[in-house]
Design a protein around this ligand. Structure first.
Ligand SMILES: Nc1ncnc2c1ncn2[C@@H]1O[C@H](COP(=O)(O)OP(=O)(O)O)[C@@H](O)[C@H]1O
Ligand SMILES: [Mg+2]
Length: 283
């Protein structure tokens, strides 16, 4: 197992403290913990928004914070809670890889939704929705009539955006829908454009889009910042800045992880969060 996902405990004397330095020679590497600690306010805020989504008031939420602060984990926990309420959930991961196709996180999310629903659902979709998306999502090309063939060059940007929007609304007619777009600081311009379009379209739909992004990435000052300025004009948009955990929460995280250590002895007292994790105390 690599160290990147683990909690590192060093056996040393001296007072317990957190460190972000590289592990020293006397270390025990633990498996990543399953237990989710703290973030009660953030969970409450997200759950409140989602309960409004269930009653037909859609929204877009942007979760911002430094790398490792817990953005992805917070949204994964929220996805699990939404699932347990019977919501439809989808995940799109932005990539910092050259050649990543436009709309990539949305394509991923929609592919997941279509896979979950199966071929009958796909066949039942209106051709006016599947046609414009067929070039991007091959599953939809199989059910697309000739007149809306994949790669239709006359397709307007509006038709494309509207097809994405309609498809998500069709899914949300069956069950409230949560779409998470992770690491939006790497998003392509088209994906951000669709997010902006949807923010204005979903205010009366059972759809919540949660995006995450790094505050420290220089790109945040560029196209994502411009996009967030656009999003901020929409009534259903909110942002959440994720800060460090409290000392008490860090303590619980450490205790929870240390409970799982096999062979850790009573000398174990120097504890480090996973590499890249920023559990800096906030209060
Ligand atoms: N509230 C939490 N409780 C327990 N572990 C957490 C919590 N928040 C983050 N972690 C863990 O810290 C690591 C980094 O968190 P992650 O969500 O990937 O950060 P980010 O997405 O902000 O870069 C992951 O191993 C994650 O499981
Ligand atoms: Mg992340």
């Amino acid at each position: 197992m690599g160290r990147s996902g683990g909690l590192v405990i060093e056996n040393q004397s001296g007072p317990a403290h957190l460190s972000t330095d590289d592990p020293g020679p006397q270390t025990t590497v633990l498996s990543p913990g399953d237990s989710f600690i703290g973030r009660a306010d953030e969970n409450d805020q997200l759950d409140r928004l989602f309960s409004e989504v269930i009653s037909g008031k859609g929204c877009v939420v942007m979760i911002l914070g430094e790398p490792g602060i817990g953005k992805t984990r917070l949204t994964r926990e929220m996805t699990a809670r939404a699932n347990s309420l019977g919501a439809a959930t989808a995940w799109g991961q932005c990539r910092d890889i050259e050649g990543t196709p436009p709309y990539w996180p949305w394509i991923q999310a929609i592919r997941g939704l279509l896979d979950d629903r199966g071929t009958d659902f796909v066949s039942s979709l209106p051709r006016s929705v599947t046609g414009p998306l067929a070039a991007l999502i091959p599953t939809l090309a199989n059910v697309t009539a000739d007149s809306h063939a994949a790669g239709n060059e006359n397709l307007s940007q509006f038709q494309l955006l509207e097809s994405f929007s309609q498809l998500l609304k069709i899914v949300a007619n069956e069950a409230p829908l949560l779409v998470v777009l992770d690491d939006l600081h790497w998003a392509d311009q088209a994906s951000l454009g669709l997010l902006e379009y949807l923010a204005g379209e979903i205010t009366s739909a059972r759809i919540m889009v949660v995006g995450t992004a790094r505050t420290v990435d220089p790109k945040i000052a560029g196209k994502l910042a411009a996009s967030m300025a656009e999003l901020a004009r929409q009534p259903g948009f909110s942002r959440m800045k994720l800060g460090g955990m409290s000392r008490e929460e860090i303590g619980r995280l450490i205790v929870g992880e240390a409970d799982g250590v096999r062979g850790a002895d009573s000398q174990t007292r120097f504890i480090r969060p996973p590499r890249g994790t920023r559990f800096s105390p906030s209060r």
